[in-house]
Design a protein around this ligand. Structure first.
Ligand SMILES: *[C@@H]1O[C@H](CO)[C@@H](O)[C@H](O)[C@H]1NC(C)=O
Ligand SMILES: *[C@@H]1O[C@H](CO)[C@@H](O)[C@H](O)[C@H]1NC(C)=O
Length: 313
């Protein structure tokens, strides 16, 4: 995995590798009269490099690693286990479903880019019916909630005719099929029986750009824990519909692990999923240009919080 580190780690590693190389060169070249000169030059280089390093660190104290890059293609599922938090203990436990093993995963092999493209067109036309005044809009096909100005409306009630024009039964079929495949991949990765997992709310399309927030609903960039925000969540997944660095800038998904930030770069067709507790504290960076589309698909182990797939009729 190509790992990009900025700030402290890079500087620390950079300078120690640099030291080793320079020491090697100094030893090799260090015969006869050259020795003291090489030594002095090397020492002053270290001082200069150290000074620059310090400046760099003090300006930017982020330690950022890339978990997966946009231009990588993961033909399998990359899974990293992390110790479970205690969040799940505040809720009823469901055997064979409540996370025992926690972690985060990403794959490009479950949904094709062509399928993501079809979902993108659905998201674009659905969201075009409304849209928030701020930079973040959502469309929830289950409840019908659509951002509109500073609030939400129900598309099925407000736009019954438009809904029938815009969406086809095939679109909804694809949506259900994607949901099912994501559910199966979560179950496979976490060692669960897929039938014990239930879709829960909110499950929605999101559209983000760099327009200033007008209400709290537009502020998607705050660090949060899904299990704390929405008690019903046990596994959260995201299906990206656009490409980081191509369709938009900023907007990377960031796992915040205390000493490290690990970024997930969106790629159309990419699915990322993780156990929803504090072990996966995360945020989305502010989008700096362009428009970022994704679908959040949420799962619970608690059948009383289950929702059904949306239908057109
Ligand atoms: C991680 O990112 C947040 C902002 O997104 C920042 O406040 C924090 O310092 C970063 N942590 C590290 C260790 O870089
Ligand atoms: C960004 O989103 C806002 C709010 O949904 C919308 O009004 C605006 O037109 C969008 N800007 C661009 C450049 O797409």
């Amino acid at each position: 995995m190509p790992v990009q580190r900025r700030g402290v780690v890079k500087t620390a590693e950079g300078s120690s590798i640099e030291k080793k190389i320079k020491r090697g060169n100094a030893l090799r070249q260090g015969s006869g009269w050259k020795k003291p000169i090489v030594g002095t030059v090397a020492v002053s280089l270290f001082i200069i490099a150290g000074g620059l390093g310090w400046l760099y660190v003090s300006q930017d104290e982020f330690v950022t690693e890339v978990f997966v890059r946009q231009d990588e293609f993961l033909d399998g599922t990359k899974f990293v286990q992390v110790p479970c938090s205690e969040d799940y203990e505040n809720f009823k436990r469901f055997k064979g479903c409540t996370p025992q093993r926690c972690g985060r995963a990403v794959t490009d092999a479950v949904i094709s880019r062509e399928e993501a493209g079809r979902m993108l067109r659905l998201a674009e036309s659905g969201l075009a019916l409304g849209g928030s005044d701020g930079g973040a809009s959502i469309l929830d096909l289950h409840s019908g909630a659509l951002s509109m100005g500073k609030q939400f409306v129900n598309i099925y009630r407000y736009f019954p005719d438009e809904v029938k024009d815009i969406f086809s039964e095939e679109d909804f079929e694809l949506y259900r099929s994607l949901r099912q495949r994501i559910q199966e991949e979560i179950a496979r990765t976490f060692g669960l029986d897929a039938s014990r997992l239930f879709l829960t709310k909110p499950t929605f399309f999101s559209r983000m750009n760099n327009t200033d927030a007008k209400t709290i609903h537009d502020e998607y960039w705050h660090p949060h824990v899904d299990k704390v925000t929405y008690g019903s969540f046990d596994y959260t997944s995201l299906l990206y519909l656009s490409d980081y660095g191509v369709d938009f800038g900023g907007g990377r998904f960031v796992f915040m692990d205390g000493s490290h930030n690990r970024t997930m770069e969106p790629r159309a067709g990419r699915v990322s999923f993780f156990s929803s507790g504090s072990e996966n504290l995360h945020r989305v960076e502010k989008v700096s240009w362009g428009t970022r589309f994704a679908i959040t698909v949420s799962f619970t182990c608690d059948p009383t919080h289950a929702i059904s797939d949306p239908t057109l009729t």
